[in-house]
Design a protein around this ligand. Structure first.
Ligand code: SAH
Length: 369
């Protein structure tokens, strides 16, 4: 019996950590690839199923380790194919994970923290405060759960998840090590084997961490800009007072320069009615980004209860976009998805927790697919 010592959750171990783990057991390093493949490609969470691992080693593993995934407390599919999960990580701590299909692509939006400390004024996650960082197992566990809901699938024919964006709850650069470990599994050939171009870290701009990131990985980058000048950005993204726009864009260029291939950064810009969506803002944005290889993602604001902001009309959104495209920028408009199964991004957890609190009723996990 294991004498009360906490078992290692193998779900969150990157290749390097898994190899170190097997070495610590006196085993060969190649066991790491085998076990990573069982866990992440075959969705196995039980050592008995790992048939190319000897019975003796399986028993040893079961004693000291476990494969523990987040608990799905809510799962639904919207009319447009968007899937949403609420995953409970520990008592009272849930996050939201969303899969957005789009033609040949399916993008999984993954959370990195329970809550968020940045308190951007337009974001519902910030209003709930910061609780704690997710472990690497809890981050990659979101991919594991989402992928498993498609199994069994033929890996060669079907790619149920083609892209991952770290755009769920939390600021990924403030949970650096766990996010980096989880992303390394997303890209690992023995795990999810997603191209580095299709794994995107989104940040509000923690400049020193962004520089560190560029030294150790080469995922794609999205910057949550939301304003074309410091005065306005200070009010929307409080972190801007610490790392203003010029510093953030300089760090962004340094990051792109470190990449071996030519890539653009995605600039995210949430359009809020009458606040940052005027033609003069679009013109300032064009000037500001002149030397930054980028594409711009325009996101019409998703209203939520505690906020006084409004979503601009489609006319205003298009007018903003027209100024960008006239200046030669690719400016895509992110259309709201999955609206029929819940409200805006980041609110599902809130609704879910409020509802459980009110009724204290058991909510059945919906089996889908
Ligand atoms: N902290 C990271 C990751 C969180 S995702 C970051 O700031 O990038 C952040 C993204 O969620 C923002 O770029 C914005 O695109 C989106 N977002 C948050 N609240 C929103 C809202 N109410 N309406 C529309 N988009 C929102």
């Amino acid at each position: 019996m294991n004498s009360g010592v906490e078992k290692v959750n193998l779900l969150g171990l990157s290749r390097a950590r898994m190899e170190a783990f097997f070495e610590s057991l006196g085993e060969k390093r190649f066991r790491a690839s085998q076990v990573i493949q069982w866990i992440h490609q075959r969705g196995v969470d039980n050592f008995d199923e790992m048939t190319n691992v000897s019975k003796v080693l399986r028993e040893k593993l079961a004693e000291v380790a476990e494969i523990r995934a987040p608990e799905v407390v809510y799962h639904n599919i919207s009319q447009d194919g968007t899937r949403k999960w609420v995953m409970q990580m520990s008592a009272g701590n849930s996050v939201e994970t969303v899969l957005i299909p789009d033609g040949q692509r399916a993008t999984l939006c993954v959370s990195s923290q329970i809550g968020c400390s940045l308190d951007c004024t337009f974001c519902s996650t910030g209003k709930r405060g910061f609780n704690r960082n997710l472990s690497a197992a809890e981050i990659i566990g979101q991919v594991w759960v989402a992928m498993k809901s498609f199994m069994p699938y033929d890996r060669n024919k079907e790619r149920p998840i083609t892209n991952v964006v770290m755009m769920g709850m939390g600021e990924p650069l403030l949970n650096f090590d766990n996010v980096v470990d989880a992303m390394s599994l997303m890209m690992d050939d023995w795990a999810y084997s997603i191209s580095k171009r299709r794994v995107t870290l989104s940040t509000a701009g923690v400049v020193p961490a962004l520089d560190r990131l560029g030294d150790i990985t080469d995922v794609s980058l999205a910057i949550s800009l939301h304003a074309p000048n410091d005065e306005l950005r200070d009010t929307l993204v409080p972190l801007n007072r610490k790392y203003p726009i010029a510093e953030l864009l300089a760090a962004t260029r340094r990051y792109l320069d470190k990449l071996a291939d030519k890539r653009k950064v995605t600039i995210e810009y949430t359009l809020i009615d009458g606040v940052n969506d005027k033609p003069e803002h679009a013109r300032q944005l064009v000037k500001l980004l002149r030397n930054v290889p980028c594409k711009i993602n325009l996101i019409p604001f998703n209203p939520f209860a505690e906020s006084t902001f409004q979503r601009p009309s489609m006319e205003r959104v298009r007018a903003f976009q027209a100024i960008l495209s006239h200046a030669g920028y690719v400016g895509t408009i992110r259309t709201p998805r999955g609206d029929d199964i819940d409200a805006a991004c980041g609110q599902l957890v809130g609704q879910f927790e409020d509802r459980t609190r009110r009724s204290q009723k058991y909510i059945a996990v919906q089996q889908v697919g």
